[in-house]
Design a protein around this ligand. Structure first.
Ligand SMILES: [Zn+2]
Length: 72
């Protein structure tokens, strides 16, 4: 059964790491700062901009942005 072999050999895929470990803004980076401000607002249940799914999207954006920063 080829399918079973594939499944057994495939490492378990974890959830997007940004759910467990939110990226931290890099000091002095305007893009990180701006994203962090939006993340804070979207993550705060007392904020009128509270939007958990947007907060996740913004964390993913920051993660990608930071990957882009270190990429050659
Ligand atoms: Zn940045």
């Amino acid at each position: 059964m080829a399918m079973e072999t594939v499944l057994r050999d495939t490492p378990i895929q974890l959830m997007d790491p940004t759910f467990d470990r939110p990226p931290t803004p890099e000091p002095g980076c305007a893009v990180c700062d701006s994203l962090q401000i939006q993340i804070n607002a979207a993550s705060d249940p007392h904020s009128e901009r509270y939007n958990p799914s947007e907060a996740i999207d913004l964390r993913i954006l920051m993660n990608r942005h930071q990957v882009d920063e270190v990429a050659p």
